[in-house]
Design a protein around this ligand. Structure first.
Ligand code: ZN
Length: 277
């Protein structure tokens, strides 16, 4: 099964971290000029700025603010650590509201040496504690399952099934899933899990990039779509079949691409989006 080819960039969203050398101001001008439809803003890009003003500038550029990245990192070894994590997520919710972002992506966290089941419980409890504030501002919380190579310290949620379990536990319309191909492309249950996620109205976001062979860095060696081995068109077909109509968000952490001219990179992003996504 393959998806219908993408013919324009109206559903293309770029994460500010993808063009890491650019400030949020540079990124918004360049994205808008290139016809990019949406932007996901990473919190570091808001540092030292009046967040509501950045939101106004983004809207003036006609960029749809897709999400704020990121909240999460709920698990901790101490009760103070757990409380601090919840506070930081509440702060992220306020920042999203100020920016005008309808959603926060959650990288859920893990503590090396702590049982993953315990971390999953802390993640569910942490999201539950942040939910009342998310309700006040109507901000959606999207759990992003991370590839199992990050299970030690970045996330105890490593599959769509595991993310769906947390969603089932919380059973709340503001809690759903951000499906990122980098983390889930290998999963033999992917098609079924995406189907279930859509059926339960919790497929909130779709992130794309590619998997390089060999991968030289576990974090900062993602490929641009078409450079690696992820069956992107097949996965987009699954996501669309599940009812997803949102943005295809390009999220590439790559030392290799960050070292290049970012204007050229953005041109390559558009090409890769239209031809390999
Ligand atoms: Zn992602």
């Amino acid at each position: 099964m393959s998806a219908i080819p993408l013919t324009d960039t109206s559903k293309l969203c770029v994460h500010t971290i993808t063009t890491k050398p650019w400030s949020v101001e540079e990124a918004m001008d360049k994205y808008a000029e290139a016809g990019v439809g949406g932007i996901t803003v990473w919190r570091q890009w808001l540092e030292g700025r009046k967040i509501s003003e950045v939101g106004d500038q983004l809207r003036a550029c006609d960029l749809e603010i897709v999400s704020l990245c990121r909240g999460g990192f709920f698990p901790a070894a101490t009760s103070q650590g757990l409380e601090d994590a919840i506070e930081d997520n509440r702060l992220a919710i306020r920042e999203a509201a100020e920016l005008g972002a309808p959603m926060i992506v959650l990288v859920c966290g893990a503590v090396p040496g702590q049982a993953l089941d315990e971390s999953r419980k802390q993640i569910a409890d942490g999201i539950a504690a942040a939910l009342p504030l998310a309700e006040d501002y109507n901000i959606r919380l999207a759990i992003e399952p991370l590839h199992p190579m990050y299970a030690d310290d970045r996330s105890a949620i490593n599959t769509m099934a595991s993310a769906n379990e947390v969603c089932d536990r919380l059973d709340h319309p503001l809690v759903g899933i951000a499906a990122d191909v980098y983390h889930i492309w290998w999963d033999p249950d992917l098609a079924e899990q995406i189907r279930i996620t859509g059926e339960k109205n919790r497929l909130f976001a779709y992130h794309v990039c590619d998997w390089m062979t060999p991968t030289t860095d576990l974090l900062n060696d993602r490929g641009l779509m078409g450079e690696g081995c992820i069956p992107l068109e097949e996965i987009r077909a699954m996501v669309e079949k599940a009812g997803f109509t949102g943005f295809n968000e390009v999220e590439v952490f790559s030392d290799r691409w960050w070292a290049r001219d970012q204007d050229e990179f953005l041109t390559e992003i558009k090409k890769a989006y239209l031809n390999h996504t």
